[in-house]
Design a protein around this ligand. Structure first.
Ligand SMILES: C[S@@+](CC[C@H](N)C(=O)[O-])C[C@H]1O[C@@H](n2cnc3c(N)ncnc32)[C@H](O)[C@@H]1O
Length: 218
């Protein structure tokens, strides 16, 4: 469970002893927690791990599939060098407009490029315009029913040695419930089964946040 919803003292201890947020990130999170859909906010522990992985692999070009109020894009932009690019994909102008003042305040607006359209369309556009193999990292955190399309497109767009991170792969534990046949849960169950044996990647499935699966492209 995401740390901001968890009551587990061990989770609280880990957060207390590791999470580093700038004042702007704290303000963005506080603003988002007032939103009726605050559950969608990326867990700080997952976003910080993504950012640390970006630093570790020297990432310069990142896909943020599902922007909402901008927490994951901000975290990524802060981890990238000055010439870095975060491409944020979302179909909601209403949500992404809420992010902009915080990106501005953090001084990273120049690194964040928003693409307002269905995410599948934007990813296909990137493939068609010759960006295959040019991205270092992708965070997939949009709707779940298209998650396999996002995966296949990101596998094309990410370079060898790059990383694809999926949020919500535990889905509050619903992926373990054989009775749950709702479309989102089924899409996540199918993804988890597929990734386990996908020889195009190496994999780590982490029980942090709402489940974070890391795919390292071979
Ligand atoms: C869980 S939120 C993203 C949270 C964000 N990554 C963060 O760290 O706070 C999911 C986002 O995906 C967007 N979304 C849902 N379906 C989409 C689609 N088909 N195409 C593009 N964006 C979509 C929603 O508008 C929403 O902003």
């Amino acid at each position: 469970m995401k740390s901001f919803r968890s009551k587990d003292p061990m989770v609280a201890y880990c957060v207390e002893h590791s999470i580093r947020l700038t004042d702007t990130q704290k303000k963005l999170n506080e603003m988002t927690m007032q939103h009726p859909r605050s559950r969608m906010l990326g867990a700080p522990e997952s976003l910080q791990l993504n950012a640390n992985l970006m630093r570790a692999i020297g990432a310069k070009k990142v896909l943020d599939v599902g922007v909402f109020t901008g927490a994951s894009a901000l975290s990524a932009a802060l981890a990238l060098p000055d010439e870095g690019e975060v491409h944020g994909l979302d179909h909601s102008e209403e949500y992404t407009n809420m992010a902009k003042p915080y990106w501005e305040e953090a001084g990273v607006s120049n690194k964040i490029h928003l693409h307002i359209a269905p995410a599948s369309e934007t990813l296909q556009k990137f493939i068609k315009n010759g960006q295959a193999g040019t991205f270092d990292f992708a965070f997939i955190d949009a709707d779940k029913t298209h998650i396999d399309d996002y995966y296949e497109a990101c596998l094309i767009l990410i370079r060898s040695g790059g990383i694809i991170a999926f949020d919500n792969t535990l889905w509050d534990g619903r992926v373990m419930d054989p009775e749950d046949q709702t479309p989102d849960t089924v899409a996540l169950k199918n993804l988890n089964v597929k990734l386990k044996d996908d020889q195009r990647i190496n994999i780590s499935f982490l029980n942090i946040g709402d489940g974070l699966t890391l795919c390292f492209k071979k």
